[in-house]
Design a protein around this ligand. Structure first.
Ligand code: ADP
Ligand code: MG
Length: 236
């Protein structure tokens, strides 16, 4: 029965027209799992913001995305909903290792993302962790091997990739860079290069920022596949 539902859900995702002239307005218009719908509902999210309605359908279908929209426009759910859904539809479990890695330029922002993930994802069975330092490497390490979704700062994540054998990233499906422009501007370029080196090439990459990042060097280092550029400029 559950298998059937998942196939039906996957078919509805495949049937989406992500460039429709009538983009989805409500989360209930989207082909989402009951777990995510309930999580959104419990957090009182009903209407999609513009960046969400223009990127979530694309991201659900597996596209690489460069999304730009000003601060406060709802970029967090634009990547968290696809992260939860795409892993869910792949029947991701504890045995599959790390499925999604979300990078944030600062610890504070990483904590905020993690809190939204915990609320919206509360009906899912994924394990999720924060990797932002502040604890010993060993303490973080003990839990890392079991995580499906990690929210991390680049430097700390790289430290684990270099030093934590338990970390299983060979299966990674999705890489998210939140505040991608800030990550690049804060001098994390070399760290990102080194991180990417550890990740499987076959993956979905989502980049979000407040300004359009089209710097060729940044795009090249992330090896995006036919990325969709979605930029939202709204009147004041
Ligand atoms: P950004 O990352 O673009 O700066 P956030 O994802 O932090 O924006 O969201 C900004 C605020 O808008 C948050 O308080 C969040 O809870 C709220 N928000 C996001 N999406 C929605 C939505 N679809 N409906 C109502 N509020 C939303
Ligand atoms: Mg944000």
């Amino acid at each position: 029965r559950e298998e059937e539902d998942l196939d039906a859900l996957s078919k509805r995702v495949a049937d989406l027209d992500p460039k429709s002239s009538t983009p989805p307005e409500l989360f209930t218009d989207l082909p989402l799992s009951a777990a995510t719908q309930d999580g959104l509902d419990a957090s009182h999210f009903k209407t999609l913001t513009t960046i969400q309605s223009r990127t979530i359908p694309l991201a659900l279908q597996g596209s690489d995305i460069l999304g730009a929209a000003k601060t406060g426009s709802g970029k967090t759910l634009a990547f968290l909903v696809p992260v939860l859904e795409n892993l869910y539809r792949k029947r991701w479990t504890g045995y599959d290792g790390l499925g999604a890695l979300i990078l944030s330029p600062t610890r504070e922002l990483a904590i905020q993302i993690f809190e939204v993930l915990r609320k919206v994802g509360r009906n899912h069975t994924f394990s999720a962790g924060l990797v932002i330092g502040g604890k010993s490497l060993q303490e973080e390490r003990d839990r890392l091997g079991r995580m499906n979704i990690l929210v991390a700062t680049p430097g700390r994540m790289l430290q684990h990739m270099d030093q934590t054998a338990e970390l299983d990233i060979g299966n990674l499906q999705m890489l998210v860079l939140d505040e991608a422009d800030r990550i690049m501007d804060m001098g994390f370029q070399a760290t990102i290069d080194a991180l990417i080196d550890h990740l499987p090439r076959e993956r979905q990459t989502l980049m979000f920022s407040a300004t359009q990042t089209k710097r060729v060097s940044d795009l090249a280092r992330l090896s995006l596949t036919e990325p969709e550029f979605v930029s939202v400029h709204e009147g004041a």
